[in-house]
Design a protein around this ligand. Structure first.
Ligand SMILES: *[C@@H]1O[C@H](CO)[C@@H](O)[C@H](O)[C@H]1NC(C)=O
Ligand SMILES: *[C@@H]1O[C@H](CO)[C@@H](O)[C@H](O)[C@H]1NC(C)=O
Ligand SMILES: *[C@@H]1O[C@H](CO)[C@@H](O)[C@H](O)[C@H]1NC(C)=O
Ligand SMILES: *[C@@H]1O[C@H](CO)[C@@H](O)[C@H](O)[C@H]1NC(C)=O
Length: 406
């Protein structure tokens, strides 16, 4: 960290201290101590475990069934819920049960999102969700919770977002910027005979510019006060980026990287560039968050090979390990692998990590599955209302911690 906070008490020696100014100076000293302390803390360890209070890790715990909970956050009539995620409307048999499980951190309680308080506390604030459809799923949850208590909403596209809303009474804006890889990418095909990739025999693929942010969000970091990123699902998607028929071909400074690199190496490079892009564009006080990977729960095959998620209750710890332990190399093995890449890239950055992976690993029961009649079961997105509501509990708890410290 390049900032140093030297205090020069001697420079104040000419000030005569009346009781009021003494109080003022002490307050100043106290405030700068606090500031220095919080900077120290954030540069030391708060970066990748911001959600740990000193004594409580909010992302470690278990789900407790509480039949008295009715989903009062919002219901299936929220217009922003994507049709396929509306499990109540689609008659998923356990749709109303999903929200009756409450996340209980091991050593404390996670407060339930309070929409009214959130609107008041984050007045004049703009929050951008940047990532794939799983970040949209979380964005929709936040929208529906806020919309329930404040209906004077302007719909627009802040900083080229795909979707965005301002809650006018509070001037609180939330936006969703869709981007699959964070980096810019597009179809690639050969066009010269002496190109490096052409001479290696490539004749189709996707060009991924590791150092160019997707235009959908390039303006977001300088626009929003809070950004929350994710990426991961598309990096392990051979049905889209077939390693043989349509591989990812990475470019740096407009030139193909030779020899070509594997997607997981490309992911590291993209994360490195995108993180430093965000750090260079955001205002100093702005809050940067990276959300960890959302787990899928395909059992009996991958999504396009008959995989399904028929469970009606959360998994037991032992089942979670069987399904997600990297050693077992199961269908959803990417969940924890992606996180390894994220942690590596975020270490030493100014990003905070919103760690939702483990709590979500339990929730095999909370995906849309086959409700609503789809060609393939959806064991990747989440029913709404559902567990992205809990992600937002965590998000709000975290924002409150940051706000309390500032
Ligand atoms: C995320 O939370 C889980 C559960 O507490 C933990 O096992 C994992 O190590 C955490 N990851 C990080 C980087 O804190
Ligand atoms: C859900 O059930 C209702 C009432 O039985 C029915 O009218 C509706 O068509 C069903 N919806 C779907 C998507 O199957
Ligand atoms: C509304 O909030 C934005 C931040 O999202 C801020 O830049 C702007 O000044 C606010 N507008 C008013 C009228 O306070
Ligand atoms: C993991 O499983 C996949 C197929 O399910 C296989 O192609 C791959 O080689 C396995 N990887 C390891 C490290 O065992």
């Amino acid at each position: 960290m390049a900032q140093h906070h030297h205090h020069h008490p001697t420079s104040k020696k000419s000030i005569s201290l009346t009781p009021t100014s003494f109080l003022f100076v002490s307050l100043l000293c106290f405030a700068s101590l606090l500031l220095a302390f919080s900077l120290f803390k954030s540069s030391q360890n708060l970066h990748y475990q911001p959600l740990s209070h000193p004594s409580c890790d909010l992302s470690d715990g278990n789900w407790v069934y509480d039949p008295t909970v009715r989903s009062t956050r919002y219901d299936h009539t929220c217009k922003e819920i994507f049709k396929g995620w509306n499990c109540i409307l689609n008659n998923k048999s356990n749709a109303l049960e999903i929200s009756k499980w409450k996340w209980k951190p091991r050593d404390c309680d996670l407060p339930t999102f309070d929409a009214q308080k959130f609107l008041e506390r984050f007045r004049d604030t703009s929050i951008g969700f940047i990532g794939d459809s799983l970040n949209r799923n979380m964005f929709v949850s936040l929208f529906c919770m806020l919309r329930r208590v404040s209906s004077d909403v302007k719909k627009w596209h802040p900083a080229k977002a795909d979707r965005g809303f301002t809650f006018l009474q509070y001037n609180l804006t939330i936006a969703y910027h869709r981007t699959n890889l964070l980096a810019h990418y597009g179809r690639w095909s050969p066009n010269t005979n002496d190109g490096a990739l052409e001479s290696l025999g490539y004749n189709d693929g996707y060009r991924v510019d590791i150092d160019v942010p997707d235009s959908k969000w390039a303006e977001a970091p300088s626009f929003h006060d809070v950004v929350i990123f994710n990426t991961g699902h598309w990096w392990w998607a051979p049905s889209k980026f077939d390693p043989v028929k349509s591989p990812m071909l990475f470019f740096e400074k407009g030139i193909p990287i030779i020899p070509p690199i594997a997607p997981d190496v490309g992911l590291d490079m993209v994360l490195k560039h995108m993180i430093s892009y965000v750090e260079s564009k955001m205002r100093p006080g702005a809050i940067r968050i990276f959300r960890t990977q959302s787990p899928r729960h395909f059992e009996g095959g991958d999504w396009d090979h008959g995989g399904s998620c028929p469970r009606l209750k959360p998994l037991l710890s032992q089942e979670v390990e069987e399904l997600f332990d990297v050693e077992n190399n199961g269908t959803n093995v990417e969940t924890r692998l992606v996180n390894h890449h994220l942690y590596k890239a975020l270490k030493g950055s100014s990003f905070h990590v919103l760690n939702i992976t483990h709590m979500s690993e339990y929730r095999a029961d909370a995906h849309p599955s086959n409700a609503g009649g789809k060609k393939h079961d959806d064991c990747m997105h989440w029913c709404l209302p559902g567990i992205t509501d809990t992600w937002n509990d965590l998000f709000a708890a975290y924002l409150n911690i940051v706000k309390d410290q500032s």
